[in-house]
Design a protein around this ligand. Structure first.
Ligand code: N01
Length: 575
């Protein structure tokens, strides 16, 4: 067996790299295990054409080190994948992280060893590495779904997955290409593939809302604001729901606003681009009537951009409120359907039956393709964790513990799994936010837990089951206040057959979540049991650091939200 580590980190994306740095600061013996051949996580794997971040790069970058922040200049408002990967490598080299990262290696199992107060971690090389702490920096969208199609093994053309794109790139010039899926990955890649392919056929099951990125140079107003005081710029982002500045107006109610004012505001936000349309009105995420106003605005924008009204109609979402599935940010997506070499197949009307040797057979048509792209999504948030055989104090696996849907304390720890931390795990704001700001908050928090355990000469920390239950209920109830659970989204686990339905992220906002975490710390790590061997050093099983009710919420919205929460409580036997 290898020498015992203080900390073993799984994954060398942005969270794994920053965690390594924070562990080194404390002099902890740390090793990172990474399945890929390089750092960068999401930006290492997702190399499909058109891949780029859809939070402005000024904010989607580390803020923990002022020099790092000052020496890096983004070339565009929304950096493309190669630049993000270059940034990840720059961070790794600048802080000399690579010597502590084992590349091309997977963690297959982690079993709790009660005698040693630590984990025995098994790698795919067969090596078993004992470690006091394990940090799952495995990413929220890192494991593609297992989706497959009848006959796919007979297909003689080439299949590509957006999330496992060849490093050398793909030249589609002159090819007949099919793409399955119309989520963010497809919406970014379709316009680029269409530029070179002889013909591109898009197979759509469910249309998504997409807003224009208006990518280009970083807007001068933002750059000047950032230059003036980068610290203040960051602080302003971190103190928001989403961890990025989005001009949220929590005091303006759409249904009380004259239509011409709404239109002007939505036009302004559409023209600014990106996610601005998500936060114009306080009621759009809670009240279906308000939400429809925004949805109708986007539908009109789709009709403006797509010449064929039938195609525009097919591209218009109808089955979920605006913003309840992760909306997309695009560059020329809708206009791509005006090209002669692009066609859209509605899989609801013409279901995909099977692959053939030469392409795809739907109920009413058959298609020949040189290549097919699967942009079919991820087993989000739980997939990467559940695929590892993680067994806690009672030999229970995390997968078993999460049989009814993921349950965590603060999205950070799981009861029965001491000294195992999740970075941006289910039950944290994660995918609803600017991931880098969420990652920084989590990593710094985990580092402070480890530091305080060491200061107290404690061997282990574990979330209490009571706190885990209280936090999970709070997450469920917070989601129930909103329209979010109404969509069949990957947020709900709805894209993976058999996956339990639970809204998996914390919908209360990064700012509120950070306050809660700080209150938990200030109360002596409320909700955690801290121990050394048989000796319990501190034990606080309850969690009662719930946020105060929103101060400025309009009374009718509060009533609506609370009504939904009451329904949830009745359905779940909590009243
Ligand atoms: O995956 P998705 P994604 N037959 O799940 C369809 C982040 N991201 O990789 O909706 C036919 O959104 C499926 O159809 P339906 C971002 O958070 C970020 O695009 O299930 N179709 C859907 O259209 C994003 O939300 C960035 O009916 C099938 C598509 O495949 C998340 O990753 C860029 C099917 C999957 O869409 C996931 O995005 C890219 C089947 N059997 C991604 N199975 C940026 O930051 C699935 N589909 C820019």
């Amino acid at each position: 067996m290898a020498d015992r580590l203080d900390v073993l980190i799984v994954g060398a994306g942005f969270s794994g790299m920053y965690m390594l740095l924070k562990c080194r600061e404390q002099g902890l013996k740390t090793r990172v295990i990474e399945a890929g051949s390089g750092v960068g996580g999401t930006w290492y794997w997702n190399r499909y054409p058109g891949a780029r971040v859809d939070i402005q790069s000024l904010e989607y970058s580390f803020g923990f080190d002022e020099k790092l922040e000052q020496e890096w200049r983004w070339s565009e408002r929304y950096a493309p994948q190669p630049e993000l990967l270059a940034y990840a490598n720059h961070v790794a080299e600048r802080f000399d992280l690579k010597p502590d990262i084992s590349f091309n290696t997977r963690v297959t199992a982690a079993h709790w060893d009660a005698k040693a107060d630590g984990w025995n971690v098994t790698l795919d090389s067969g090596e078993v590495v004992p470690a006091r702490f394990v940090v799952m920096a495995t990413g929220c969208l890192s494991v593609p779904t297992d989706v497959t199609f009848p006959g796919i093994e007979d297909y003689q053309g080439t299949i590509y997955r957006t999330s496992r794109w060849p490093h050398e790139g793909v030249d589609f010039s002159g090819q007949r290409v099919g793409i399955i899926g119309t989520g963010s990955s497809a919406i970014q890649s379709i316009p680029i593939i269409a530029e070179t392919a002889a013909h591109l056929t898009v197979f759509q099951r469910t249309p998504n809302y997409s807003m224009p990125a208006h990518n280009g140079p970083i807007p001068d107003e933002d750059f000047q604001e950032w230059l003036k005081d980068p610290r203040a710029y960051r602080a302003r982002s971190r103190a928001t729901v989403g961890g990025f500045w989005n001009e949220a107006r929590e005091d303006v109610i759409a249904i009380h606003t004259p239509p011409e004012e709404i239109k002007a505001e939505l036009e302004r936000r559409w023209a600014w681009g990106g996610f601005r349309l998500l936060s114009g009105f306080a009621d759009q995420g809670i009240d279906a009537e308000a939400n429809k106003i925004i949805a109708d605005f986007v539908a009109a924008k789709i009709r403006e951009q797509v010449k064929d009204p039938k195609v525009a109609e097919l591209l218009t979402p109808k089955d979920h409120p605006f913003g309840t599935k992760r909306p997309c940010v695009d560059t020329g997506y809708y206009a791509t359907y005006n090209r002669d070499n692009v066609s859209l197949i509605d899989l609801r009307a013409d279901p995909l039956q099977h692959f053939t040797a030469t392409g795809i057979k739907t109920k009413h048509n058959s298609f020949d393709f040189d290549a097919v792209v699967l942009a079919t999504g991820f087993d989000a948030m739980t997939g990467a964790i559940e695929r590892i055989d993680i067994r806690g104090v009672d030999g229970e696996t995390i997968k078993e513990h999460w049989a009814a849907g993921p349950e965590t304390y603060l999205g950070l720890m799981v009861a029965g799994f001491p000294n195992l931390f999740l970075i941006t795990g289910p039950g944290s704001p994660s995918v609803l936010t600017n991931m880098i700001h969420s990652i920084e908050q989590h990593v710094e928090y985990v580092a402070s837990i480890i530091g305080s355990l060491n200061a107290a000469q404690a061997a282990r920390i574990e979330a209490s089951r009571e706190a885990e239950q209280a936090w999970t209920d709070h997450c469920d109830q917070t989601a129930a206040m909103t329209l979010l659970p109404q969509a069949n989204s990957w947020y709900m686990g709805a894209n993976v057959p058999g996956k339990p339905r639970r809204f998996m992220a914390y919908a209360g906002g990064l700012h509120t979540y950070t306050d809660i975490c700080n209150a938990v710390r200030d109360k002596g790590w409320q909700g955690f049991v801290i121990a050394r061997g048989d000796q319990v050093l501190s034990e606080s099983r309850v969690f009662d650091s719930l946020p105060p009710p929103p101060e400025n919420m309009a009374p009718h919205l509060m009533e609506m939200a609370m009504g939904r929460v009451m329904n949830w409580m009745q359905e779940h036997g909590r009243v």
